[in-house]
Design a protein around this ligand. Sequence first.
Ligand SMILES: [Zn+2]
Length: 452
Amino acid sequence: MKNLFILFLLSLSFTSTIISQNEETIDQIIKRSLIDSKGFSWLKELCEIGPRLSGSQNSIKAIKWAESKMKNLGFDSVWLQPVYVPHWERGKLEKAFISSSKKFINKTLTITAFGGSISTPKNGITGRIIEVHSLEEVSKLSDAKGKIIFYNRPFDNSLVSTMEAYGKAVDQRVNGAIEAAKVGAAAVLVRSIQSNFDNNPHTGVMKYAENVTKIPSAAISVIDADFLSDAIKEEPNLEVTIKLDCKTFDDALSYNVIGEIKGTEFPNDILVVGGHFDSLDKGCGAYDDGASCMQSIEAVELFKRLNLKPKRTLRTVLFINEENGLRGAIEYGKYSATSKENHIAAIEADRGAASPRGFYVTTDSLTFQKLQSWLPIMNKSKIDWIRKGSSGADVGQIKNAKALFGYVPDDQRYMDYHHSNNDVLSVVHPREMELGSASMAILLYLISENGL
Ligand SMILES: [Zn+2]
């Protein structure tokens, strides 16, 4: 008991030392982020390039832009890490309508192909609609030949975490076409996975399996999903025609964009911060994950702006191809495993740009305790908690780091925007985004100064 008390007093004095030693710098980091709003102004430039689907010309334009941006900002070194990525294009034709019905004939349905889907034949695919709510339900269908399977299980709004609700609905999109093809269906429509109610269907990646026929697969907007569901209650035999024009090309050469500021005392100790630079081909990928990429640049650049000399090397990594392959992260993971550098920590930002909440971390229990003692000072930028949890798909590939962090802003609106035409600059709030840049810069600063 006595020992525990001494430990408690020690941790209190450690916490107050951390606060008194770093308070001024941390206040400066927050002030400069909010006043200058540079990360947001870079996001504006990035959004002018447009969406950045892996393998697209736009993605290469954005990569070159980020490379020269980091060079112009005075990073000590900036380089591109080559990697081959999938290359799929949506095409121009994306249409669905009710083609056989007494009451609803020619009613248009708003759809959008899932990334990786095959096209339909030129005249489209026409079939009767079968509404289902799970993959299991599909596997039990006895008469699905030539039909269109309509997955209509909604986003579970009973869950507080939108990430969790998304995770529970996304199997319909990812594996829906495989299960439908196994029972002979001709195509798939999936209720758009989102928490709001509009007519902008959300795309996302889908899968095919070896030895299972590939069939086209598309999202249908939530408004039209409700309409279709009601319509087939009235007319169970109504038919829908779908026309898609997508195409998969050979893998294309692409790059992770990497920039760093060298550490003054321990240059071989690396602290990574990053997001994924590819987006889906909707909106401009502002929220998913352009803003986080700009925050990752800014979290490091703030050290230059404030003339802070980090003891350890700070490295921004913009990973390519998270959405449909993770090839960039895998490539960086291979590099980190074989390089002579010492990856101490990595922070991933891929949960949108709303107001900061906390950090998830995977690390040992001693380091976890140390991080908890930093919370009072991290709270200055609205970081309320550090919890054990997954960092994210990209930095998760850095297997040898002592601590992997996932930056967590408020997630209530994330699913309304991502993967859709809603994902544009105007949904990013400059102050909330800048507080995120500051939160990550503060964490980098504390690790760089104190180690882990
Ligand atoms: Zn993302």
